[in-house]
Unconditional design. Structure first.
Length: 240
């Protein structure tokens, strides 16, 4: 039985706002074809199971540490990050491992929306540690852009896939605007882990777009898992 492989990204051929122009009758975005074989599905499934298991354990540990070392806004930001981490990995697993059906394409909306949520949630505890007016303004902008991305993915599925990648990369790199504050308030190890995670996400995009490479999806998700682990470690260090 054949499953998913992205062999083409959506490209708009019309300016109409009618969803039927952009979606097939089953809700699948026009231009997406899915053919993963069993080995590819198995490898991707293993990555997701490992990721979700680590995320659950990690979220519990993070909340325990946070309860002892943070309070108020900082503690709330850690909760938001933990929920964002679980949402991102959970929806990714549900979408990528679900059999091809109309429900799968609804899960696609939630999966892609959770990416924006996770990026904003990752910045929240780090910016809370910086605790300055400039950084909080940046955090508000990040959440507004993330909300825009979530809205595009939920309400206009399949229309702005390439734009969404650009938005995600821009959000991820937005921390450069508070570099000086970060250097003076966050541990150097946290900064190195943030930079390493960002580089891994960026390199992983290559495999995400390398549509003809076998196991491309599993490789991409492995990069995501390792990058997320780097940022998790950065947050742990910053609040410990």
């Amino acid at each position: 039985m054949m499953y998913q492989r992205v062999v083409g990204f959506y490209q708009s051929h019309s300016t109409t706002s009618n969803d039927r122009t952009f979606l097939r009758p089953d809700g699948c975005p026009v231009g997406l074809n899915w053919r993963y074989d069993r080995a590819e599905m198995l490898s991707d499934g293993i990555v997701h199971v490992v990721g979700l298991s680590l995320a659950l354990i990690g979220a519990i540990c993070l909340l325990v540490i946070s309860s002892r070392s943070t309070q108020g806004l900082e503690a709330a930001s850690v909760v938001i990050y933990s929920l964002g981490l679980l949402a991102m990995l959970g929806f990714s697993a549900a979408y990528n491992l679900w059999p091809v059906s109309p429900r799968k394409w609804w899960l696609r909306r939630f999966d892609h929306s959770a990416i924006f949520l996770f990026i904003a949630a990752t910045y929240s505890p780090l910016i809370a540690q910086m605790n300055s007016g400039t950084t909080f303004v940046l955090l508000i902008i990040i959440w507004l852009v993330a909300a825009l991305g979530i809205g595009l993915k939920c309400l206009l599925p399949g229309r702005f896939d390439r734009l969404s990648i650009g938005l995600c990369l821009s959000l991820g790199a937005s921390g450069i605007f508070v570099y000086e504050t970060a250097v003076t308030t966050l541990p150097s190890s946290t900064l190195w882990l943030i930079a390493t995670g960002g580089c891994l996400y960026s390199v992983g995009i290559i495999f995400h777009l390398w549509e003809r490479l076998r196991f491309q999806n599993a490789i991409w998700h492995s990069f995501v898992l390792v990058a997320a682990s780097c940022h998790y470690a950065a947050i742990i260090i910053s609040i410990a």
